[in-house]
Structures are given as structure tokens and as C-alpha cells.
Design a protein around this ligand. Structure first.
Ligand code: GRF
Length: 217
């Protein structure tokens, strides 16, 4: 097998998507490996999943930096130090600056708990219920400077049931997040996702533009 794509996962809390990605990476033939889990909070429960899996962790608190640029630069340096070729945002609750986003353009993906472009931002489940939609879901997409935008790689839809609360709907969607995030990472790592303008196009074979790990410094 050719070299697996090295991935840094950024979290802030629970880490259930991180757990799903870590589990996927243990499957034989999975084309990616997690080399770093970075949290902006020392108390992020998800760090325990990384420890269990023997994956390196780092905590970089935004509070230790006077501005976002300094925080972003420290994260960037740590991610590069581990040789990552792709970043997965998995419940990372800090806004990231445009310089960082452009530096990782087409090499940073995110999972969002709505069917984008509907319900960008926070409180997606409550807002979906308020809007009376009959389908809700989740989206994995490449990250662009505008929050919760970028070429869509994968989505899953679930029904909204009459007696749903934000919590029951969130739980139904989260199950699907754990399915599509590992699937989307596999597609990206296998080089099966081409970016054409605002769209991510998933090909049956490789596109010839597979992401490469950076050369060791
Ligand atoms: C998920 O719902 C994800 O879609 C959103 O933040 C939540 C993170 O959950 N971006 P977890 O930390 O992965 O359990």
C-alpha cells in the first residue's frame, strides 16, 4: 500500500467524530492515519480517545495568544511538525483566520450538523425544528473563509420526527456523522475528490490529484 495520508484532527470537546475517525483508521487498507489530535481546550473529553489510541496530542489554548493570528500560527506550526497533509475539523469551536484557511486550502475538511447550505452556524438542530423542515442531516465539506461554506464532499439526511427535540434530532444526525466523516476522509485520501470551482466531484477512480504528505522538514 502506498503511504497513508497523515491527518491532524482539531477538536474542542466531546470528540465522538474523532473517535469514529480513529476507529476507521484501524481498518486494514484505510488510506489515512491520524498523527495529531489538537485541542484548544485542555479539558476536551475527546483527548482521551487519542490517548487510548496512542496518537499524539497537543493543547494550544487561544487564551495564551494576544490575537487570532498568533494562535493560528502556533497551531499551523504544530500541525506541520507532525507532518500532516490534511486537517479534519471535528467539533473545533474556534473561528480560524483567513491566512490559515488559505494556507490549507483544499487540505482542510469539516463536519457540520446540517444539510448545508441550510443552517450554517450554531444551534442547527433547534433552528431546523423551528423551520419545520422534514429532513435534516450533516455535511462534510472543504473549508473556505466564510463559515460553513466550501465544496461539499458528502451528506447524509435523516427524517425529522413529529416529537423531535433538538437533542433527539442531534442524536439521529450524529449517528450519520460517524458514518460519513470516515467515508469522506477515505475518498479524499484516495484522491477521488476533485475540486471544480465551488463543487467537489467524487470520481470512481483516482483523479490524479491525490493529496500528498509534505516532505519531511
Ligand atoms: C458535531 O455535531 C459536529 O458536526 C459539529 O460539532 C459536533 C462535534 O461533536 N461540528 P463531537 O465532538 O465530534 O462529538
Amino acid at each position: 500500500m502506498s503511504e497513508r495520508l497523515k491527518v491532524a484532527v482539531l477538536i474542542s470537546g466531546r470528540g465522538s467524530n474523532l473517535q469514529a475517525l480513529l476507529r476507521a483508521c484501524t481498518a486494514p487498507g484505510y488510506p489515512a492515519e491520524i498523527v495529531l489530535v489538537l485541542s484548544n481546550r485542555a479539558d476536551a473529553a475527546g483527548l482521551a480517545f487519542a490517548h487510548e489510541a496512542g496518537v499524539a496530542t497537543a493543547v494550544i489554548s487561544h487564551r495564551d495568544f494576544p490575537d487570532r493570528a498568533g494562535f493560528d500560527a502556533a497551531m499551523d506550526a504544530e500541525i506541520r511538525r507532525h507532518g500532516a497533509g490534511l486537517i479534519c475539523l471535528a467539533g473545533f469551536m474556534r473561528l480560524i483566520g483567513d491566512t490559515f484557511i488559505e494556507a490549507w486550502r483544499d487540505r482542510m475538511i469539516n463536519i457540520h450538523p446540517s444539510l448545508l447550505p441550510s443552517f450554517r452556524g450554531l444551534d442547527t438542530h433547534a433552528r431546523a425544528l423551528e423551520a419545520g423542515v422534514k429532513l435534516a442531516g450533516c455535511t462534510v465539506h472543504f473549508v473556505r473563509p466564510e463559515v460553513d461554506t466550501g465544496p461539499i464532499i458528502a451528506q447524509a439526511a435523516v427524517p425529522v420526527l413529529p416529537d423531535d427535540t433538538p437533542d433527539t434530532l442531534a442524536a439521529r444526525i450524529l449517528e450519520q456523522e460517524h458514518v460519513i466523516y470516515p467515508m469522506a476522509l477515505r475518498l479524499v485520501a484516495e484522491g477521488r475528490v476533485a475540486i471544480e470551482g465551488d463543487h467537489a466531484v467524487v470520481a470512481a477512480g483516482t483523479t490524479g490529484t491525490a493529496l500528498r504528505n509534505p516532505d519531511p522538514a
